[in-house]
Design a protein around this ligand. Structure first.
Ligand code: CA
Length: 249
C-alpha cells in the first residue's frame, strides 16, 4: 500500500531498493513530548538576555545544536556570532530552566514502535541535537534495552548538527549500514531535511504545532500524523520497503 511513496523515494535517490537494517531515531518531539518545555525554556533564557522573540519560533529551530540556535538569534539581533562563553552561559541556563520545570512524558506509541523495530532485528540508533542529560539519562528506564551507549549520537558527537546530514551519516557508520539500509524517524523539518540529505528513507511524524506539509517540503518520504499511527503502520511499511524495488533501473 506504500509502494507509490517508495517508488518516488527510490527514483529521487537513484536507488534500486531499500533493505532496512537500521532505524535512526530522533528524541525530542519523537520519543518524548518534550518540545513545549524546550520552547518555554529557550523563550525564557533569550528573553532574560533582553532579546524579543516569539515562542513558536523555537519549534522551527528544533534539531539545531544549542550553539547554532544561539548564533542565529545573535546574528539577527547583534550582527555577530555569540562568543563561546556566551553560548555556554546561555545554554547552561536554558538546561537549568528545562530540567527544573519540565516533566516530559514518553510520546504515546513510541515504545511500541521501538519494540517492533527491535523485534525484527534492526539496529536502533538515537540521533539527537540535544545534550540534555535530564532526558538522555531517562532513556534506559523509559525504553529499556533499546539504545546501547555506543548507539547514540548526541550534540557532543557532531560538529554541524541538523539540518546538516552529519549526525545521520555518523549514525549509519555506528550501525555499519549504507544509506539505503537506513530509515530515519523525525518530527522536525530540519531533522527531516538532514535525514533525507543523508540518503535515508525518512519518515516524518507530526507531533506538534507544525503542519504535515512542512515535513513533506523538507523531504520526508512519507508523513504520519502521530507516533501512534507511525507505530501501527510501520510493520506494513517495512514489509513494503523490503518487497519494493525500482524496476526502472
Ligand atoms: Ca525532534
Amino acid at each position: 500500500m506504500y509502494s507509490a511513496y517508495i517508488q518516488r523515494f527510490l527514483a529521487q535517490h537513484n536507488y534500486i531498493n531499500v533493505t532496512p537494517r537500521a532505524a535512526l531515531i530522533d528524541m525530542d518531539g519523537t520519543l518524548y513530548d518534550s518540545m513545549p518545555f524546550h520552547a518555554d525554556a529557550w523563550h525564557k533564557v533569550i528573553s532574560d538576555a533582553g532579546i524579543d522573540i516569539d515562542r513558536d519560533e523555537f519549534f522551527r529551530f528544533e534539531g539545531r545544536t544549542a550553539a547554532s540556535t544561539i548564533n542565529i538569534i545573535f546574528q539577527r539581533t547583534y550582527g555577530r556570532d555569540a562568543t563561546p562563553e556566551e553560548i555556554e552561559r546561555i545554554y547552561e541556563q536554558k538546561c537549568h530552566y528545562f530540567s527544573s520545570t519540565a516533566n516530559p512524558q514518553p510520546m504515546p506509541g513510541a515504545k511500541d514502535m521501538l519494540d517492533f523495530i527491535k523485534s525484527i532485528g534492526m539496529t536502533e540508533v538515537l540521533v539527537t541535537g540535544s545534550g540534555q542529560n535530564s532526558l538522555l539519562s531517562r532513556l534506559d528506564s523509559d525504553f529499556p534495552g533499546i539504545f546501547t551507549p555506543e548507539m547514540r549520537v548526541t550534540s557532543r558527537d557532531v560538529k554541524h548538527g541538523k539540518p546538516n546530514p552529519e549526525p545521520f551519516i555518523m549514525a549509519m557508520k555506528k550501525a555499519g549500514v549504507a544509506p539505503n539500509q537506513s530509515i530515519v524517524i523525525e518530527n522536525a523539518p530540519l531533522g527531516v531535511e538532514a535525514g533525507n540529505a543523508a540518503g535515508a528513507f525518512t519518515i516524518g511524524v507530526t507531533t506538534g504545532p507544525l503542519r504535515r506539509s512542512e515535513l513533506e517540503d523538507a523531504g520526508a518520504a512519507i508523513v504520519f500524523d502521530s507516533m501512534v499511527e507511525c507505530a501501527e503502520q510501520l510493520p506494513v511499511l517495512i514489509y513494503s520497503l523490503i518487497t519494493t524495488s525500482n524496476n526502472f533501473n
